[in-house]
Design a protein around this ligand. Structure first.
Ligand code: FNR
Length: 378
């Protein structure tokens, strides 16, 4: 109705939210460096392509005369109430895309009540983003540092600033071979990262001879050392448990055995994710492994999903295959590039409206009615 009325008054939406056209226009706006920071993927991009193709393997079978005029999308995940089963994925260094970066995203998310997961690599501090988020639900994503003092400091600040759910990303213990970023020596990223969360953290700065502003190369090297390495094990999750009293969600799970280990480790949720195809090239599509993981642990923990969500139909499919909620990455980043808070809001509102319509037109009144019966495999 809003769009009809606006149209009659001669107003059209600020920019397209057709997924491909949105990406193309972000490319024009951003220029190659920042654009490829978002669009890029690991290696030749096979995993990122597979993520999208996997959605085409499933098709929705619409049902008629089900009285789906009134729909109820509200969902609760780990104590967080949300208007629909959708969250904004953690995306680092958002100042590359817009000067307001995470502040704009947090404000847009708060306007709509959609939870925003703040990245450890945020361009703005934990406290600044918390303030921008106002009363909205706050989730924090941790890249698990090798130095326990830094880990404890970051976790303490996040808790103090009102973040309730901790998302621990497991798949990025080092950055993958990403040709587009390597071709530009990660320059947009490095330009933006100097004031990012770890760099502004007192425990991180304590390990440096000079401040990052005075000696950025040394700070970057320490940062690489801090966030690189595989010397973590499932047992060590108890360390995070000791320093975080809210729910913990493990992000990057792609195998049912790892999902079972997550259950054994006592966490409350997992994100079935391959980081949007940015870590392992030639890997399985995230959607492909979702059903077996949901079958393995869906009764014990909250199973969230990301990697490839672009439309309402994609959300319907992921929920039908066992996800409780989905996270969206690149689309909102492109929205940010198109106009900060207003841009993120426009992308999010469009996605939620598309989901609502697709759910209803396929004959369902709420996400809880979705199951594998709703889909047919191509
Ligand atoms: C990411 N992602 C990510 N994940 C994370 O845990 N911490 C982070 O800092 C980032 N940073 C980041 C930057 C950019 C530019 C992108 C595109 C992605 C991964 C993100 O949370 C999510 O898993 C994917 O983006 C989901 O895939 P789609 O929706 O982009 O296809």
């Amino acid at each position: 109705n809003e769009i009809y009325l606006q149209g009659l008054a001669g107003n059209v939406p600020p920019f397209t939210t057709d997924p491909e056209a949105l990406e193309a226009s972000a490319r024009e706006r951003l220029g190659p460096g920042p654009f490829w920071y978002v669009a890029g993927a690991a290696g030749g991009g096979a995993t990122a392509r597979a993520n999208r193709e996997a959605f085409d393997d499933w098709r929705i079978v619409p049902r008629m005369l089900t009285n789906a005029t009134e729909r109820h999308l509200r969902t609760s995940v780990l104590g967080t109430d949300m208007p629909a089963p959708v969250l904004l994925a953690p995306v680092g260094v958002q100042s590359i895309l817009h000067p307001d970066g995470e502040l704009a995203t947090a404000r847009a998310a708060a306007e709509l009540g959609v939870p925003f997961v703040l990245s450890t690599a945020s361009s703005h501090t934990i406290e600044e983003v918390a303030e921008a988020a106002g009363d909205a639900a706050r989730w924090f994503q941790l890249y698990w540092p090798n130095d326990p003092d830094v880990a404890v400091s970051i976790l303490g600040r996040a808790r103090e600033a009102g973040y309730r759910v901790l998302v621990v990303t497991l798949d990025t213990w080092t950055l993958a071979w990403r040709p587009h970023d390597l071709d530009q020596s990660y320059l947009p990223f490095l330009r933006g990262v100097g004031t990012a969360i770890p760099f502004s953290d007192p425990a991180f700065r304590a390990g440096l001879a000079a401040s990052p502003e005075d000696d950025l190369p040394m700070a970057i090297l320490r940062w690489v050392q801090l966030f690189t390495g595989t010397d973590k094990s499932w047992d060590q999750l108890s360390f995070l448990r000791e320093h975080w009293d809210g729910p913990i969600v493990l992000k990057g799970i792609q195998h049912p055995d790892d999902a079972r280990k997550a259950v054994d480790a006592g966490v409350q949720g997992i994100v079935v994710s391959n980081h949007g195809g940015r870590q392992v090239d030639g890997a399985v599509a995230s959607l492909e492994v979702l059903p077996e993981i949901a079958d393995a642990v869906g009764e014990q923990v909250e199973v969230l999903f990301d990697s490839g969500i672009r439309s309402g139909a994609d959300i319907v499919k992921a929920l039908a295959l066992g996800a409780k909620a989905v996270l969206v990455g690149r689309p909102f980043a492109y929205g940010l590039a198109h106009g900060g808070q207003v841009g993120v809001r426009h992308v999010l509102r469009s996605l939620l409206a598309d989901f609502d319509l697709t759910l209803g037109l396929s004959g369902h009144r709420s996400p809880a009615e979705l199951s594998r019966e709703v889909l047919r495999r191509r």
